[in-house]
Design a protein around this ligand. Structure first.
Ligand code: SAM
Length: 189
């Protein structure tokens, strides 16, 4: 087994996969290069569905190409902001919603998630997950927008109703160059 705490993106996905079964519906809110989309597509299997959102053409093309290379047919790519997820997926039906915030690696850094849209998207995600489902957020505070976004997202998560949700936050404490951090929110049964 790889050392999971050294790579937060892998840790974020490893925990998320524990909440997903074959046949489930899940959402990749920011598909980017399609790496997370593929992990989710494997987890839900042929009978399940992944809804993959992104607002950037380059990201959508990268994800399409990666899915084609793997031969997946259980992913619906939606060229829209994640704030529209409620109009595509029934409330209370998804096992997981994954947000990997920030900008596309190697892409245009001006096309990034923002505090305002991310908070709106997270509220949509809480409406969309089923009881026992999870919302996973990978946060980056190494850039200006990401720093403001992280602060607001964590403040919001701290204020969630304790009767309905568990929220957990992971940060690598002794590493350099602002490694990504993780927020998980699970919905109580
Ligand atoms: C860090 S990348 C995602 C990486 C991806 N999970 C992967 O496995 O490669 C962030 C992505 O969020 C996208 N994005 C920014 N704002 C968005 C929004 N409102 N809705 C959906 N995607 C958005 C960007 O275009 C970018 O591709």
């Amino acid at each position: 087994m790889s050392n999971l705490i050294t790579k937060t993106t892998e840790l974020a996905m490893a925990v998320t996969l524990k909440y997903i079964e074959q046949g489930d519906t899940v959402i990749d809110a920011t598909c980017g290069t399609g790496q997370d989309t593929v992990s989710l597509a494997v987890a839900v299997g042929k009978e399940g569905t992944v809804y993959a959102f992104d607002i950037q053409k380059k990201a959508l093309l990268l994800t399409e190409a990666r899915l084609r290379a793997h031969g997946f047919s259980n992913v619906r790519i939606i060229p829209e902001s994640f704030v529209s997820m409620r109009s595509h997926i029934a409330g209370g039906s998804a096992a997981a919603v994954v947000f990997n915030l920030g900008y596309l690696p190697g892409g245009d850094h001006s096309i990034t998630t923002t505090a305002e849209t991310t908070l709106e998207g997270l509220k949509c995600a809480l409406d969309t997950i089923r009881p026992g489902g999870i919302v996973t957020v990978v946060l980056y505070d190494g850039h200006e927008e990401g720093s403001a976004e992280k602060k607001q997202v964590l403040e919001w998560a701290e204020s969630l109703d304790t009767k309905k949700y568990h929220a957990a936050y992971v940060s690598l404490l002794n590493q350099q160059n602002n490694p990504p951090e993780i927020l998980w929110i699970t919905r109580k049964h």
